[in-house]
Design a protein around this ligand. Structure first.
Ligand SMILES: [Zn+2]
Length: 391
């Protein structure tokens, strides 16, 4: 299937979903085993608890293979070997359990695929065997923006970057810019001008680091924090494309005393407000577009039609949306009912237990963003699903 390049829409900063997109892009139609191992520290912190979950998922996959119809002999032989490989791997010392909320594991011997992805938050353990990687949990858990954060005061500055739960130091400025000016012999006005110039020099250096980081890595939002009289001065020094992504809410920490935990805690409030604002904007655009022939559709029927026509810019889902559906095995057309052949090309139709997964795959396949709407109930009347359209 031809895949559209990711195009940047108005809400392009939602859900990077890169691992999911990457996995889907390399699929060839050979069967893939997707396994999610829950590492929730409250339930699976100990090795025996983890081992029991691994056993249960492997057994479940083996039963599915025994019962599978529609798989050829070669497929079955390879899948059984894949399953043994996953079993051996998960029971070895290799898997990166430490620091993970869950692991996603994707294996297809026929495609030379064996990939393990660490998820920062827990997700339910499950195993799915299908003709493409099962990516919905990846999209849901990795729906985090990458932030570039600049915290400043008159003397110091810190630049951090990454998703909220994996912020890393990018630059640290800890300098005594005013120490060299003795006031003696200087007029008060001249002294103050000199101090202000040093502050500007310091803020410019921090701003240059922010601009440089922004250009060399991919971030989606910029947050600033510091004394109210200082923050506008660094903001003024930021490049235009960086400034455009500065969120209105400030990170409220005192740089001279805040530790990394305080910074994360303060940034979490900014992230939450930004999530809400982005959801609200998307839902308002949806409401304006639905029913007026505009660029929005709501409900499973309309959304599938838009996905099939490759018109979706942003797929919006309630966290719990899922239902049965069907998909043409030839052209990928999505349908709500599985009766008969594909209306487009007469191809065979497969039943889907998880329309949610199929809709996300179709959305990522056409370069659309996926937004799980967590903060507002607007999708309820639309039966949990809707889409903003490109045209
Ligand atoms: Zn078809």
């Amino acid at each position: 299937m031809r895949r559209a390049e990711g195009t940047l829409g108005l809400v392009s900063s939602v859900a990077p979903a890169d691992p999911a997109r990457r996995l889907l892009e390399r699929r060839t139609g050979h069967p893939v085993i997707s396994l999610y191992l829950d590492l929730d520290p409250e339930r699976f912190a100990t090795a025996p608890a983890r081992a029991a979950q691994i056993r249960s998922l492997i057994d479940q996959a083996a039963r599915e293979l025994d019962a599978a119809d529609g798989l050829g002999h070669d497929d079955l032989v390879t899948l059984r070997a894949d399953l043994r490989r996953i079993d051996d791997y998960l029971n070895s010392r290799e898997p990166p359990f430490r620091g993970a909320g869950a692991l996603g594991l994707f294996c297809s011997g026929q495609d030379d695929l064996f990939e393990v992805i660490q998820l920062p938050r827990p997700t339910a353990g499950r195993v799915v065997i299908g003709r493409s990687p099962y990516v919905e949990p990846l999209v849901a858990v990795l729906q985090q923006r990458r932030w570039l954060v600049a915290l400043v005061n008159r003397r110091a500055g810190r630049v951090l970057g990454g998703p909220l739960d994996r912020l890393e130091e990018q630059a640290n400025f800890d300098e005594y810019v005013h120490g060299q000016h003795e006031q003696g012999g200087w007029s008060q006005a001249r002294y103050e001008r000199s101090v202000e110039k040093d502050t500007d020099d310091h803020l410019r250096r921090v701003a240059e680091a922010v601009n440089e980081r922004w250009r060399s890595e991919r971030f989606e939002r910029v947050a600033l924090g510091g004394p109210v009289e200082i923050v506008p001065r660094i903001e003024a020094q930021l490049a235009a494309e960086v400034k455009a992504c500065v969120v209105p809410k400030r990170v409220e920490v005192d740089l001279s005393s805040a530790g990394d935990r305080d910074i994360r805690h303060a940034l979490a409030k900014v992230v939450l407000e930004d999530e809400k604002r982005t959801e609200r904007e998307a839902l308002d655009r949806l409401a304006a577009g639905v029913g007026s022939g505009g660029r929005g559709v709501g409900g499973p029927e309309g959304t599938l039609e838009a996905l099939n026509e490759r018109r979706v810019q942003t797929l919006l889902l309630e966290p719990g949306f899922d239902q049965h559906g069907a998909r043409c095995q030839t052209c990928g057309l999505l349908m709500l009912e599985s009766g008969g052949r594909c209306p487009a090309d007469g191809g065979p139709v497969e039943e889907l237990d998880h329309l949610r997964e199929a809709a996300i795959e179709a959305a990522l396949g056409q370069g659309a963003e996926v937004m799980i709407v967590r903060h507002y109930p607007d999708l309820g009347p639309l039966r949990g699903i809707g889409a903003l359209l490109r045209f």
